[in-house]
Write a protein that binds this ligand. Structure first.
Ligand SMILES: Nc1ncnc2c1ncn2[C@@H]1O[C@H](COP(=O)(O)OP(=O)(O)OP(=O)(O)O)[C@@H](O)[C@H]1O
Ligand SMILES: [Mg+2]
Length: 355
């Protein structure tokens, strides 16, 4: 890397004492897209109506569900996540809706079930697409009537439970294919929040990295651990198929092997990734073309979308030319002064350096 690039990309390193931008209790929501996700969740929180949260694995669906619960005014401790990928229909039925003692072989005690245990609070039905077709009507009745019918109990009992559902499957398609009940789907998706994959909101990568550095350094009693600007630039460029979870794991692994005062370099990243297991086979051309694409969400105002494209292009070109500003300006077809102004307006050096 040239000395010039160091001035652009490494002049400033992450300062652990600096407050992480735009945090919300449990997480980081800095980009326009994630601010919007947080805003919808916050507005939906007090209503008590079901919310469907979709998004690829590791995008933060459970994080968002907890935020909705925490802002719903329901008792904090009564948030129960339940994974619907149960073994058998009978087990899922009794785990969710409870059973009476003696109602089937092995039912030696009364069991309230997840829904009644969360009475007054919230149940997150995770992997909702996997919910057995025979349980789906029972859940629909529970939502419509706010009552559960435990196995072996003559009459249903009233409950007051907020239902949140999450999935990384294409549940819309499952409904069209008749693999998921349409009536239940419409009950669950009164509010539908889709969390975009991390590669579509790269502005969050630097603040998330700062957040995880702070968290894992704190947990491991380490001090002054930072990311160099060049390393941060590389993190921003990666595609993160495992989304925020993958980024968190990467930072956790880096911090685990670091001493106090470490400033991570691109070499540290390369070593850490190499030690994270066998490389996944990947189509290099496909990966490159994915990296060359700038994805914007179609539901934002035009000026914000234009800024996102400008920011993404400038960061990519700066990294590609090792931070040489004249070369970057030439490639982008703007003057050096023009590039300087854009870097300032779009906060690009801060984004690359994390301050
Ligand atoms: N906005 C965020 N800010 C901070 N940390 C986050 C954020 N989103 C996700 N994470 C972290 O990433 C990890 C994965 O998040 P979470 O479990 O909510 O994802 P998920 O979408 O439910 O994944 P899966 O589909 O695999 O169940 C967790 O460690 C979580 O703390
Ligand atoms: Mg989850």
């Amino acid at each position: 890397m040239s000395p010039a690039s160091r001035t652009v990309l490494q002049r400033r390193t992450l300062d652990m004492s600096e407050p992480t931008r735009q945090r919300s209790g449990h997480g980081v929501f800095a980009s326009h897209a994630m601010q919007r996700v947080l805003r919808i969740a916050t507005e939906a929180a007090p209503s008590g109506i079901p919310v469907l949260i979709t998004g690829e694995s590791g995008t933060g669906k459970e994080v968002l569900a907890r935020i909705i619960h925490d802002r719903s005014g329901r008792p904090r401790e009564r948030f129960i996540p339940y994974n619907c990928t149960g073994t058998t229909c009978e087990i899922v039925d009794s785990q969710l809706f409870g059973h009476r003692r003696g109602s089937f072989t092995g039912a030696s005690e009364n069991a309230p079930g997840v829904i009644r245990s969360a009475d007054g609070g919230t149940v997150l039905l995770d992997e909702i697409g996997e919910l057995d077709a025979r349980i789906q009507p029972k859940l629909l009745r529970m939502i419509e009537n706010q009552e559960v019918h435990p196995v072996g109990q003559p009459r249903p009992s009233k409950v007051d439970v907020r239902i949140l559902a999450a999935t990384n499957a294409d549940i819309d398609q499952m409904v069209r294919d008749k693999r998921f009940r349409e009536d239940l789907f419409y009950r669950l998706n009164i509010i539908w929040i889709h969390i975009p994959p991390l590669r579509d909101h790269r502005e969050d990568i630097a603040p998330l990295t700062t957040h995880f550095l702070r968290r894992y350094a704190g947990e491991q009693n380490k001090r002054e651990i930072r990311m160099s600007g060049a390393a941060m630039g590389q993190l921003i460029e990666r595609d993160w198929p495992g989304n925020v979870r993958q980024l968190a794991n990467e930072i956790r692994r880096l911090v685990a092997f670091a001493k106090d005062g470490t400033v991570f370099t691109p070499d540290d990243l390369a070593r850490s990734t190499a030690s994270s297991g066998p490389p996944r086979s990947q189509n290099v051309a496909g990966a490159r073309s994915a990296r060359d694409k700038v994805t914007i969400s179609a539901d934002q105002p035009l000026p914000a979308a234009i800024e996102e494209v400008e920011r993404a292009l400038i960061i990519r070109v700066l990294l590609a030319v090792d931070g040489r500003r004249s070369a970057a300006a030439g490639r982008l077809g703007v003057s050096r002064k023009g590039l300087l102004l854009k870097r300032r307006r779009l906060n690009i050096d801060a984004l690359l350096a994390g301050d």
